[in-house]
Design a protein around this ligand. Structure first.
Ligand SMILES: CC(C)(COP(=O)(O)OP(=O)(O)OC[C@H]1O[C@@H](n2cnc3c(N)ncnc32)[C@H](O)[C@@H]1OP(=O)(O)O)[C@@H](O)C(=O)NCCC(=O)NCCS
Length: 168
């Protein structure tokens, strides 16, 4: 399984430092589903049952971060879960093309790692396509390193890397 979300209490909104795009971070809302599904289809080339997002957000609401524009429309998100004791996993992470390379991804990742520390997690894992050089470079900036090769991991047969980083 790769994605997740629900209607539990929203995490506190976090404004972007420069406020360049007036993007704020908040928790997932059920009304976000069509926007998030569009970002997923375009950025991750995957389609999930719309019910998956609300159901996964219920497990760890603070682990599902949504970056929204002033009209409350999601322009990026990071969906994290915890399936192993004291460990988090980034299940989905994407920013809408029009909003990339201005810091939205860094804001999402930084905030997510803080939330993981708040919960006392010791490690974060994720999977990424071997061809996704942009994301691999981004993750390397955050001290993620490759721990495994996942043969034929993706639905189109592409291999994946499993990456992980410790949380001090
Ligand atoms: C990976 C991804 C989420 C990064 O999101 P993003 O919002 O573009 O990330 P940021 O803007 O924070 O950082 C991207 C780059 O822009 C640069 N950047 C950040 N803020 C900037 C600014 N204010 N001005 C100019 N450049 C900036 C950063 O240097 C960064 O480069 P780096 O990775 O070498 O550090 C995005 O590329 C994406 O959605 N990709 C498609 C989906 C995907 O691959 N997801 C991961 C699947 S595992």
């Amino acid at each position: 399984m790769r994605c997740i979300a629900d209607t539990a209490p929203s995490p506190r909104a976090v404004p972007l430092p420069e406020d360049r795009l007036a993007v704020t971070l908040r928790g997932f809302r059920p009304s976000d589903v069509p926007f998030i599904a569009a970002i997923v289809a375009d950025s991750l080339h995957e389609h999930y049952d719309p019910g998956l997002y609300p159901s996964l957000s219920g497990e760890w609401p603070e682990g599902f971060l949504v970056a929204a524009n002033p009209d409350e429309v999601p322009v990026g998100f990071l969906l994290g879960v915890s399936q192993v004791e004291r460990e988090a996993r980034v299940l989905m992470f994407a920013v809408d093309r029009q909003h990339r390379e201005v810091g939205v991804g860094h804001l999402l990742m930084r905030t997510f790692l803080d939330r993981c520390r708040d919960r006392g997690y010791r490690r974060v894992t994720l999977e990424v396509r071997v061809s996704n050089a942009t994301a691999i470079r981004f993750y390397a900036r955050y001290q993620y390193s490759v721990i495994d090769l996942l043969k034929g991991y993706y639905s189109d047969g592409e291999n994946g890397y499993q990456m992980a980083r410790p949380l001090p």
